[in-house]
Write a protein that binds this ligand. Structure first.
Ligand SMILES: [Fe+2]
Ligand SMILES: [Fe+2]
Length: 352
């Protein structure tokens, strides 16, 4: 396989060929075993609908794509030429040309990390910090539906622990009015909710002049809605722009501090979601998202000792936006997390 081409890309080409009805035969020899076809004008053209006399194998389709990549990009090879030269069907030829032109063969296709709703308006890439003695992880705020005591509670914790870094674990805004689920017709309009959320977030901006936010599923509702409506990324605003946040507040998709990953946590649930993440990632994890779980769990092996810290949330369970959880049998655990000792000593602090 040519250097720089990922096997996963080859699979995509093959999948496209199959979808488009190309005849794929494992028995057919690769192009390297097949003599190059006659390119003369008199050479026969394949039918636009029928299969070629010979169908190319999966591996040879990929190899053909690699071989003609530059020629296709520069318009030096037409579909009929391609089909003749490699004795493939037009469907296979279309797929190869499409894969080349769309960038699949170069890995140039937009990745999920670049376009998915969660990441569409956050800083791309990973932020890794080291040498931070104490980190404060603030739970899901769901502004403007945050519990009235949560802001003073976090202030109290910050004054006691004096964190080097403050991380907001996501869902900092609820966006109830933009929800994909039913939203209360008597609740705030989308515009009013955004204005109220802005005011509520400003007190956090003022209290914590520097902070990281790892956006959550609620944070991302504006871009998720834009995605659903078919708006491209360039038409979206960043989180910082939406909330007119100070430049010292950074929304980042991947945050690691002294070896501990901080992530919102959607994708896991149950009684120990953070530990579940930690076991999957093989590193200590701090996450929010599951409002009914707060605490720390460790896992030790002969090689390492890792933890999962669920920081839970600061929501007001009586707010209309949280009504959906009333019959779940559990209440939210209000609290936050602190990791001391340069990523070694996690603690869950409940709001009493
Ligand atoms: Fe949440
Ligand atoms: Fe969430």
């Amino acid at each position: 396989m040519e250097a720089g081409i990922k096997p996963s890309l080859a699979k995509r080409i093959i999948a496209e060929v199959k979808l488009e009805g190309g005849q794929v035969s494992r028995e057919a020899p690769s192009r390297f075993e097949r003599p190059v076809a006659d390119h003369s004008p008199s050479a026969g053209k394949y039918s636009t609908t029928g299969a070629a006399p010979h169908a190319a194998s999966e591996s040879s389709l990929f190899e053909i794509g690699v071989a003609v990549r530059d020629q296709v990009k520069q318009g030096e090879i037409e579909l009929d030429d391609l089909c003749q030269r490699y004795r493939i069907t037009r469907a296979q030829g279309y797929s190869i040309m499409g894969a080349v032109l769309s960038g699949v063969l170069d890995g140039a296709m937009a990745t999920e990390a670049a376009v998915a709703p969660h990441s569409a308006n956050a800083e791309p890439g990973a932020v890794r910090l080291t040498g931070k003695e104490t980190v404060l992880a603030v739970g899901d705020l769901h502004e403007p539906f945050t519990h009235p005591d949560y802001f003073p509670f976090i202030r109290e914790v910050a004054r006691e622990y004096r964190p080097d870094v403050v991380v907001f674990i996501g869902d900092e805004a609820d966006h109830h009015s933009l929800s994909y689920h039913e939203h209360d017709p008597d609740g705030f309009s989308a515009g009013h909710e955004a204005r109220v959320t802005q005011k509520r977030l400003e007190r956090w901006f003022n209290e914590y002049p520097e902070a990281y936010v790892v956006p959550g599923n609620h944070s991302a509702l504006p871009s998720r809605k834009a995605f659903t409506a078919g708006l491209p990324r360039r038409m979206l605003r960043t989180y910082a722009e939406i909330w007119n946040a100070p430049a010292t507040w950074q929304w980042v998709m991947d945050l690691e501090i002294d070896g501990v990953r901080y992530l919102h946590g959607d994708g896991k649930s149950g009684r120990m979601p953070a530990l579940s993440w930690a076991l999957d990632l093989r590193q200590s994890v701090v996450c929010g998202h599951t409002h009914t779980v707060g605490g720390v769990h460790f896992s030790a092996s002969y090689h390492d000792l890792i933890f999962g810290l669920d920081v839970s949330c600061g929501v007001d369970q009586h707010a209309y936006a949280l009504r959906y959880a009333r019959n779940h049998g559990k209440r939210p655990v209000l609290g936050c997390g602190v990791v001391k000792g340069y990523g070694k000593r996690p603690e869950f602090i409940p709001m009493l």
